[in-house]
Design a protein around this ligand. Structure first.
Ligand SMILES: [Fe+2]
Length: 493
């Protein structure tokens, strides 16, 4: 056997077994380049090494007047340092993207969040600190969880600033115009470095509810926050949990915050992700928290579930309906993302649009499952849940990978699915709803970013929610490949 072929076979073996021979056989960078030839959608995980200077995008059509403003997005962007690559999507340092839209014009700018971790590793030119899903020992002293904060999950406007959000530590404040990092934010003395999730919920009065899960603490617990619109802390409470299930997002009804204590339970391990194990025999819990007092008022058992994202909760006729993108197990987080990055494929379970329907008198819970593949859900929050469409990134069933290639919406009144399937090569990212001026609730546009891995371009598309099948009204693209990201916010000009 030729030396090259032998080395390649060793590398394949090493990847399959997870043994460090891969590094001996070929560099992580070369291995990724090889996988990219076989699985071109991995371009979305290649990552970036530098800030992205403002660049005009090519626009087809015209963005509606309501879209004059900025779509901010966040996601893991720095995936390699030196000859080492992150093995899990969650690990990359966050970069905030700003897409600025004005009619027939669109531009893009991207800037890494200057977290303490990013600055230290940037100076050293290599990884120095542990990551969420890739095993790496600390090479520098660590004080708190914020030492490994990557600020890479979401970006929201709040109290005059942008907040780049992680989930295991503090929010990071950014300047909305320059995207410059201003520093980590503590909401009140005594709350330094407390976990603050990437999915706060804005209440009708502009205040913000959030939680921060600490399943790794001696006693599993979740921190609850209620922040006034100006950023001052109204209330906070530490809630002890009977077990430390993974929590990433939550929901709110008029009276309650609703948390899912999932059956993916923290037991400890080499990395945060490896510390969790799926316990399919253990029912999950819905925790109902009073919004005013932040006290736990009820715990309900539900079928063993895993979820990243929720699409609201609503009380109606003695029932509480909680909408979520539900996984039947946690394989996506525990093994799927690593498999995807290592091989381009994964058989991990996909999320479907589902609802827990709780009878508040008896405590009986029904699980309704639409069977519709959906992630990154959203809705027009002005509408009642039983009436308003839920939309998200979905699948045509024809995609070459498990990445989303369609925009999907579900109409609960008519129980109909609406969909726009993009051609091969497109990966659809989280859609954001922008209301049509002067129109009824529920009428609006969906704005989403995408990766076209065949043309090596990233872009934006806007569709009318009422006519998804009609396809984009306007699109913008550029000869610049952005890493696939998680979440963002549209801020009107
Ligand atoms: Fe999320």
């Amino acid at each position: 056997m030729e030396r090259r072929a032998f080395l390649q076979s060793l590398a394949v073996l090493a990847l399959a077994s997870g043994c460090p021979l891969a590094l001996a056989a070929e560099s992580a960078t070369a291995a990724f380049a090889r996988r990219l030839r076989q699985a071109p959608w991995l371009l979305g995980f290649m990552g970036l090494a530098e800030d992205q200077q403002p660049l005009a995008m090519k626009v087809q059509g015209r963005f509606p007047a309501e879209l004059r403003g900025t779509l901010y997005r966040n996601g893991p962007a720095l995936m390699a340092r030196g000859n080492e690559r992150n093995e899990h999507w969650f690990d990359g340092d966050g970069m905030v993207q700003a897409f600025r839209l004005d009619g027939a014009k669109a531009s893009h700018q991207g800037r890494f969040v200057r977290t303490p971790k990013f600055l230290k590793e940037q100076k050293a030119g290599r990884f120095l600190l542990p990551a969420t899903g890739t095993y790496r020992q600390a090479e520098v002293p660590m004080g708190t969880n914020d030492d490994i904060n990557t600020a890479n999950i979401n970006v929201i406007p709040f109290a005059g600033k942008l907040l780049a959000l992680w989930e295991g530590g503090s929010a990071t404040e950014l300047d909305p115009d320059s995207l410059a990092t201003l520093g980590q934010r503590t909401w009140a003395p005594g709350l330094e470095h407390m976990p603050f999730s990437a999915h706060p919920i804005r209440d009708k009065d502009g205040s913000l509810f959030n939680f921060g899960a600490a399943p790794f603490a001696g006693e599993p617990a979740v921190m609850l926050y209620h922040l006034a619109p100006d950023g001052r802390l109204r209330n906070s409470k530490l809630l002890a949990l009977p077990f430390g299930g993974y929590m990433h997002d939550f929901a709110a009804s008029d009276r309650y915050l609703v948390l899912l204590n999932s059956s993916c339970v923290y037991q400890g391990g080499r990395t945060y992700v490896e510390g969790f194990a799926w316990q399919g025999q253990r029912p999950s819990q819905l925790l109902l928290v009073d919004k005013h007092s932040l006290e736990l008022v009820r715990t309900l058992e539900v079928p063993a579930s895993f979820a990243f994202h929720f699409a609201g909760a609503e009380e109606r006729g003695g029932e509480l309906w909680v909408t979520l993108c539900r996984y039947r197990d946690a394989s996506m987080m525990l093994s799927g993302m690593k498999e995807l990055l290592a091989t381009g494929q994964s058989q991990a379970s996909q999320a479907t649009l589902a609802q827990f329907r709780v009878n508040l008198a008896s405590g009986k819970v029904d699980l309704w499952d639409s069977g519709l593949d959906m992630e990154f859900p959203g809705r027009d929050w002005r509408q009642a849940q039983h009436q308003g469409w839920v939309f998200g990134a979905g699948s045509s069933g024809q995609a070459q990978s498990l990445l989303s290639d369609a925009l999907v919406a579900y109409d609960p009144l008519r129980q109909q699915v609406h969909r726009h399937v993009y051609g091969p090569g497109i990966v659809v990212e989280e859609p954001r709803f922008i209301a049509k001026a002067g129109a009824k609730a529920g009428q609006g546009y969906l704005l989403h970013s995408f990766l076209d891995y065949r043309r090596r371009q990233s872009g934006l598309a806007v569709l009318d929610l009422a006519n998804l099948a009609g396809g984009p009204i306007a699109m913008a693209h550029m000869d610049r490949v952005l890493p696939l990201g998680f979440h963002g916010s549209f801020v009107a000009a």
